[in-house]
Design a protein around this ligand. Structure first.
Ligand SMILES: *Cc1c(COP(=O)(O)O)cnc(C)c1O
Length: 390
């Protein structure tokens, strides 16, 4: 039997971490201790009160059946209350909110609702890969939108305005993975005005809205008129240490929400209801838990940033997300620096190029490792002279 995968599969970009994964295995085989700061997946467990909510929900057999495609009304109402309380954004739970099996699921499926073969989609570069791969799987073509340090990792909207070819969707993500940059409300206001000029719908990914130090990140939907031009993705994964549970939501423009719901009703059967019940518990009073994890990440940011600075890296502590986007010298390659960090320091970092062409010149460190391991990594980082020491 000869299996010939569809072209859309061969069009997907190669998995750029193969090289690092292979090297990691090799270094581990030599008996060396490897500290993996590659993946962004919270190391601390889901809070106990949420496990208890899940236990109670599991005992109810009504939650064992197919969930409704639109999600439990109680969950959508809890999301609406949260969005109102946290961002001052009013949403109709019946038409403007849709639970997702993790926000990645909704992000990857959205292009199926809007992209025809050959259409283009603007995706952040560097950026979270599913914006582009979801576009390719729908037969579209991702067009990278460079995020430059000189523009605080925000897209250059004036440049986009001049592009002749209008995209079908425009993905953005703040607080940003991998750069840890944040956006202001005034940027989102400008973004809404930009859509008046271009007619390209906005898909904002706010997965890191609750991971921050200092001022709470804003929602794109806070900008006046935002609901008329776009949607926003949210996730329970990062704020509640629930990456394995698979729960998030999309909210905002009702036509876009309903188009995605139509795609999904033909693919999946919704989020396990017991998880939705847990989601209600998570959103009811998230303050105390969020305070705890944000204190944790703030401390970790400081530990790593200080160690990097001591080793000569020009880096400031970021305000949000749990990543450090660390610049490397102009002539260095992010692949080579990542490989050297691994072989010389036993540290896995993600080469910036893995997030897109404009990611070159940086490596990403994730802070989702126990303090003890992070401190060990901090102690080793100086072994590799990436920058001249201070
Ligand atoms: C982790 C992450 C997500 C969230 O994924 P879930 O599917 O909700 O677990 C979404 N966007 C970005 C940029 C992320 O880094």
């Amino acid at each position: 039997m000869k299996f010939t995968p569809a072209r859309r599969l061969t069009q997907l970009p190669p998995y750029l971490f193969v090289e690092i994964d292979r090297l990691k295995e090799e270094v581990e085989k030599q008996g060396k201790d490897v500290i993996d700061l590659g993946v962004g997946d919270p190391d601390t467990p889901t809070p106990r009160y949420l496990i208890q909510a899940m236990r109670r929900a599991l005992g109810e057999s009504r939650h064992h059946q197919y969930p409704s495609n639109r999600g439990l009304p109680e969950f959508r109402e809890a999301i609406a209350r949260y969005m109102k309380r946290r961002f001052g954004v009013a949403l109709d739970p019946a038409t403007e909110i849709l639970p997702l099996i993790g926000s990645k699921e909704g992000i990857a499926h959205l292009p199926l609702a809007f992209v025809n073969p050959g259409d283009t989609v603007w995706v952040p570069d560097p950026g979270y890969p599913p914006y582009g791969t979801g576009t390719i799987l729908a037969g579209g073509r991702p067009v990278p939108v460079p995020l430059k340090a000189s523009n605080r990792f925000l897209p250059d909207l004036n440049r986009l305005k001049k592009l002749k070819r209008r995209a079908k969707l425009f993905f953005l993500n703040y607080p940003n993975n991998p750069t840890a940059a944040t956006a202001t409300l005034s940027f989102f206001r400008e973004l809404v005005r930009f859509t008046d000029r271009t007619g390209v719908p906005i898909c904002h990914d706010a997965a890191y809205a609750e991971i921050y130090t200092g001022k709470p990140p804003v929602s794109f939907l806070q900008a006046p008129g935002a609901k008329a031009v776009g949607i926003e993705f949210h996730s329970l994964s990062k704020p509640f240490n629930m990456t394995g549970w698979r729960a998030g939501w999309v909210c905002g423009n009702r036509e876009m929400v309903s188009a995605l719901a139509k795609v999904k009703s033909n693919i999946d059967s919704g989020v396990f209801q017991a998880i939705q019940i847990t989601g209600i518990a998570a959103l009811r009073n998230p303050g105390p838990h969020l305070k705890k994890i944000n204190t944790l990440y703030r401390r970790r940011r400081e530990v790593m940033v200080e160690a990097l600075q001591r080793a000569g890296w020009p880096i400031q502590p970021p305000q949000a997300a749990f990543y450090l986007w660390a610049p490397i010298p102009k002539r260095a390659s992010s692949r080579q620096v990542a490989a050297d960090l691994l072989t010389r320091c036993g540290i896995v970092a993600t080469p910036g190029i893995g997030f897109g062409k404009s990611g070159e010149g940086f490596v990403r460190f994730s802070l989702t490792l126990p303090d003890r391991r992070l401190k060990a990594a901090a102690a080793r980082i100086g072994k590799l002279a990436v920058w001249p020491k201070r």
